[in-house]
Design a protein around this ligand. Sequence first.
Ligand code: FAD
Length: 331
Amino acid sequence: MAMEHRGVWVFIEQSDGVIEEVSLELLGAGRKLADKLEVPLAGVLLGYEVEALCTTVFEYGADEVYMIDHPVLKDYRTESYMKGVMQLSETYKPEIFLYGATPNGKDLASAVATDLNTGLTADTTMLDADVENRLLEASRPAFGGNIMATILCKNHRPQMATVRPKVMQALKPQPGRTGRLVKEDIELYEEDMRTKILQIVKETSKKAALQDAHIIVAGGKGMGDEKNFQLIHQLAEVLGGSVGGTRDVVEAGWLPHEQQVGQTGETVTPKLYFAIGISGAIQHVVGMKNSEMIIAINKDPNAPIFDVATYSIVGDAMEIVPMLIEGFRSA
Ligand code: FAD
């Protein structure tokens, strides 16, 4: 089985000719797996008039690109994309197939895994390979984030996983790096499609702002109430950052869910993350621990958040945050 299926594949998600960050991150993770297993790394690119994107896919580490370029694939639809990916998978038989855990990536991966009768590990945050047994080791938080579970797909191929955005690292692109382009033809007809796209409305939510923010000021239940939580907004404003929070804060109605950081919220990697009045539960920490610098403010010197903090400030947020706001304002 292992010999029949060969290669690490990454689904290259694009819209309007722009590749999603997560696909570049997955090429970085896929490169390591492919080197370890001594197989080629391939990008799978579907769309319309997307050939120019192959250059980027090669520059970010792929050895091969399997491309289907067709007008019916202009915008993502489960039906047409699944048909394309199924055709490629059945013809070229990858050993491992990775997708970004985005709405489209999750939708496509689950549909493809069902039709290929194989396993899918959803929302993974760590990837490795057992070379001897040719197994993908896909790990993700489980049991409410209390353990990391490593999930194996022993008897079916390809081994599939969706991977959270922002947890893997893209490689530095190598300009001029190139590889083998396989152009695949497909029979697709617009009139056969059961879904028609009438309009695409772009998201302009704070969620996108949170993921792209260089500075995030996040507050927790330790802020006491919604009125005090305004201090978090004020600090974010003087620093030009975005506001995030814990699930408890979202459940209290102080912030919308799109601004929740953590296992059931967003994964963020800003340059600077303030964690204020946040205890540091594992479910929160998995969403922010890869931030470049973490400054934690908590009145409990034993709060777990200090284990991941770059700088720890033990004290009352109600006293410290107004001083920070004042200090940065006059700086
Ligand atoms: P608390 O744990 O109550 O911590 C408040 C902290 O504030 C304490 O450390 C306290 O010492 C400090 N404090 C109090 N007063 C002050 C003061 N005046 N000054 C300074 N510090 C003060 N949580 C998330 O955040 N994101 C998720 O995505 C998420 N997903 C979850 C998924 C599951 C399946 C489960 C079971 C839980 C999930 N949680 C998530 C909840 C998580 O377990 C914690 O309950 C939550 O993160 C705690 O939020 P908190 O730190 O705001 O509150």
